[in-house]
Design a binder for this molecule. Structure first.
Ligand code: ATP
Ligand code: MG
Length: 400
């Protein structure tokens, strides 16, 4: 059976009045964006307080559903069969054929719910519901099919518009809010498992994303950078286009290595990452930073380390994974399709700092902010110039 329309269900809590229009318009925009590269002709529109996607041409229904499942703000996707109005007797036949095909096992309870947006239709909603229900029962005697008006397994919706829309299935959507309804934020995107998930989670709340990646050529390869671009592409399937800033961090890292105590390198490096990411965030009007940090996951993510990193930021830093265990993060990354890319073995930019000597010091796990600030004073001579260079030589990649 070919579904020609998808009726989009969205959560309505808190979206009354003016917000409702904003929400629906953003939803329509995001749906159009998600379908733009698929074969077929799609018409996405609002009507009677609902959003519909009409499909035409040579489209693949499964592909359409997959794309819609990545649009935040959609709670459910209902595949609709559209039938021409050729009189009520014909409609009965169509609805019976629909039930037969969609529910080969008829051991179910059902209820028909009709709506008329075309009031000139000869029967009213109650009559349509009642007569269609009866027709279905008579069509499948002794199949086990029954009516249950209170808790039916299947709600058969029949909407009389210019054509007649029949649907009963609801495919769960991604939930959340349409991207573009809640400003934008800057994701610190590494090649790991966590940060793509963090970006996904904030974007789910309607926030559009930009991203910053720090690499350290020649210590990190082109391939490591490509991995981050690939991850951004996967996140962009949900969030929409991402402006990715690729920052050459080598000179700053080497300078920190030369001037600062080696057990503080990771923390100091993180502080410079935050400062630079915040610079780009402000430039583009972002309202916050996003990281993939989670309390206690590694030495640089103890509460003290997080405080030391946070110390240099003036914008809010959103850490949506803060209370997640690693396995919970992995589960989301598998669900959204970033995991396979994240586990590719390419070096991270902190590898410059990996202690080469067996007696090398372990990183501090409880940094003291005053101590760290004092260590950073060792960088006074050249750090402003190096930051300026890193910012000026940024490479921008528009990831779609
Ligand atoms: P991830 O899987 O996101 O890399 P991680 O477990 O490796 O996380 P860390 O390396 O401690 O954790 O990084 C913590 C956070 O700092 C990351 O989630 C990311 O937001 C940011 N970050 C780390 N390295 C980079 C980098 N090279 N470029 C941009 N952001 C980074
Ligand atoms: Mg990492």
């Amino acid at each position: 059976m070919k579904f020609q329309t998808y009726l989009i269900k969205y959560g309505e809590i808190g979206i009354k009045g003016k917000n409702r229009y904003m929400f629906e318009d953003a939803l329509v925009r995001q749906i159009r964006h998600s379908l733009k590269d698929l074969d077929g002709l799609f018409h996405t529109y609002k009507a009677q307080g609902r959003v519909y996607v009409d499909c035409d041409g040579d489209y693949d229904g499964d592909e359409v559903v997959e794309a819609l499942k990545r649009v935040f703000g959609i709670v459910g996707i209902c595949p609709v069969v559209r039938v021409e109005d050729k009189g009520f007797e014909e409609l009965k036949k169509d609805v019976i054929a629909y039930m037969d095909e969609v529910y080969p096992d008829k051991n179910i309870t059902f209820k028909v719910e009709a709506r008329r947006s075309r009031k000139s239709y000869p029967l009213n909603s109650m009559e349509i519901s009642r007569d269609l229900g009866e027709a279905i029962l008579y069509a499948f005697p002794e199949s086990g099919i029954k009516v249950d008006v209170h808790h039916p397994d299947v709600m058969v919706n029949v909407e009389v518009r210019n054509e007649i829309y029949v649907y009963s299935q609801i495919i769960p959507g991604a939930g959340g809010m349409p991207v573009g309804t809640n400003g934008s934020a800057m994701l610190l995107l590494s090649g790991g498992i966590d940060s793509p998930v963090a970006g996904y989670m904030v974007s789910k709340r309607g926030v559009s994303l930009e991203a910053t990646y720090f690499h350290a050529p020649p210590y990190t390869s082109e391939r490591a950078k490509q991995k981050v671009v690939d991850l951004a592409k996967k996140v962009a399937k949900y969030s929409g286009p991402i402006k990715l800033h690729v920052v050459n961090f080598t000179d700053i890292q080497l300078y920190i290595y030369e001037k600062c105590p080696h057990d503080e390198l990771t923390i100091i490096m993180r502080r410079y990452m935050m400062r630079i990411a915040e610079h780009f965030a402000k430039e583009d009007g972002c309202l916050g930073l996003i990281t993939g940090e989670s309390i206690g996951q590694v030495a640089s993510q103890t509460m003290q380390s997080l405080a030391a990193t946070n110390d240099v930021c003036t914008m809010p830093v959103y850490r949506p994974l803060i209370g997640f265990d690693k396995q919970e993060i992995v589960d989301v990354s598998e669900k959204i399709g970033t995991y396979e890319t994240s586990i590719q073995p390419y070096e991270d930019c902190c590898t410059i700092f990996t202690p080469r000597h067996p007696l090398a010091k372990h990183p501090v796990t409880k940094p003291n902010i005053d101590v760290i600030r004092r260590s950073e004073e060792n960088l006074n001579e050249k750090i402003d110039e190096l930051m300026k260079q890193a910012i000026e030589t940024v490479e921008i990649i528009e990831v779609k």
